[in-house]
Design a protein around this ligand. Sequence first.
Ligand code: 4GT
Length: 501
Amino acid sequence: MRFHVLTLFPEMIDQGLGLGVIGRAVKKNIISIHAVDIRSYTLEKHGKVDDAPYGGGAGMLMQAQPVFDAHRAVAEGRRVRTLYVTPQGRTFDQGFARELAGEEELILLCGHYEGIDERVLEEVVTDQVSIGDYVLTGGELAAMVIIDAVARLVPGVLGNDASAEEESFHNDLLEYPQYTRPETWHGKPVPPVLLSGDHREIAGWRLEQSVERTRRNRPDLYEKYRERQDLLRRLSGKKRENIHMMEALRRGTGRICYDEGGDTVLYLPESRICMIRSVPAGEAGSSGMARPEGREPGRDLRQEREASVLDACPEEAELFVTDSGPAADLLEGRGCRTVARCAQFLYTRREPLPLRHRDIRRLGAESLDPGSPDSGCMEHFRAFYGEEAYGRLRERVRAGAVYGAFLEGRLAGVAGSYSGGSTGLLYVEEGFRGQGIGSSLEAYCIDRTLERGWVPYVYVAEEDEVSARMQEKLGLYRAGGSFRWLGRKKHLQRAEIYGKI
Ligand code: 4GT
């Protein structure tokens, strides 16, 4: 990943990010950080970059020209996501960091004095970001905070093999307390459970501690956690049909937008997917989602309710998935098109699947280099599924979510997880088919998902008999009815949608 920082103080960036974990990642070429001196772009002969504000007022403003030219020199005509760090921006958080970690390149613009001429901001900035409600003398520290938080999510930066994907979110709870040697310090012993060697017991204790800390220190986060746990419990009445929603909640990727009378809307900001479940009229209770007493709606009420379910879907959602026919039909009336009808398969056991092919490993961003030995397989994927799906594959490889099977050292096929949470992205090179490489790849992904304590699930297009048979052979079960995927017509390309599921 490449970061460019447009600043009046490039040394501040070089020094601030040159040491420690981030400095090491730069030396290893996993990321690059390029500080650009805005002053060197001014056309003013004395190197001036600021002037007094029109309309009066204290202080000086950075002028548009040097900022614009510095930006142009970096972007070179490409459309690069450009963040202006300012107290006026959207507040930065872990979710935003995860979103940004999916970019290949970022430009951060740092202001000084009283800020920057609005006209250049209008032309180059894609996002305004704040690191919190306080004022600094310059944007550099804020830019460094953002770079640090985003860079540590790039696979390889943290040094171990764990990827950004694999980082446990702890369900958005605060961290539990940790202890290291000596066993007793200042008369205080380490909690005995941590010396027990019982991993289940330890995990239970840590969760308890996390929950209790969150309840005490962050009532806002605790309330959200409680809401999620409550919904999870209700969804578990029909586990198979609801597995996609339950996993989004468990993995910390889904936000509850609506949860009433058995109707639920979850939004996954990273994949811009909206998951909708809507209980058909007259079926309340049998769905595992008890309606409140005396609130069984009639037809009109029902339609009203469905409309409010859809109103709860965020504007920025691009994809919708639902097993409710009426909800899907309503979405079609609202500018969406059905792009796929799928069966959902899930793996309900805890035991890992055996692998026939053993040489399977995580792909790193280097597999995407045109000169890499893996590029042949990548190009065949591209020819097979098309440009958009290939773009998504690249995105998922960079996120550390894709695995490759190797035969005699050569990449023969890939599989991985979509940002929505399901397993897929499966492709095996033509010359290597019929040897069980595909099912080994899927089995490998399933095993990695199980390791993280999650339930693996897969979407299979209804017409895809071959894949359905493979799922059953692997020991996955078909869940519930038919799931419809819909996309907004305004930014819809079939291939793009397939790439995201
Ligand atoms: C605070 C933040 C930030 C500043 C923040 C323009 C002139 C902005 C000085 C700069 N203060 N930048 N990004 N809370 N100050 O993120």
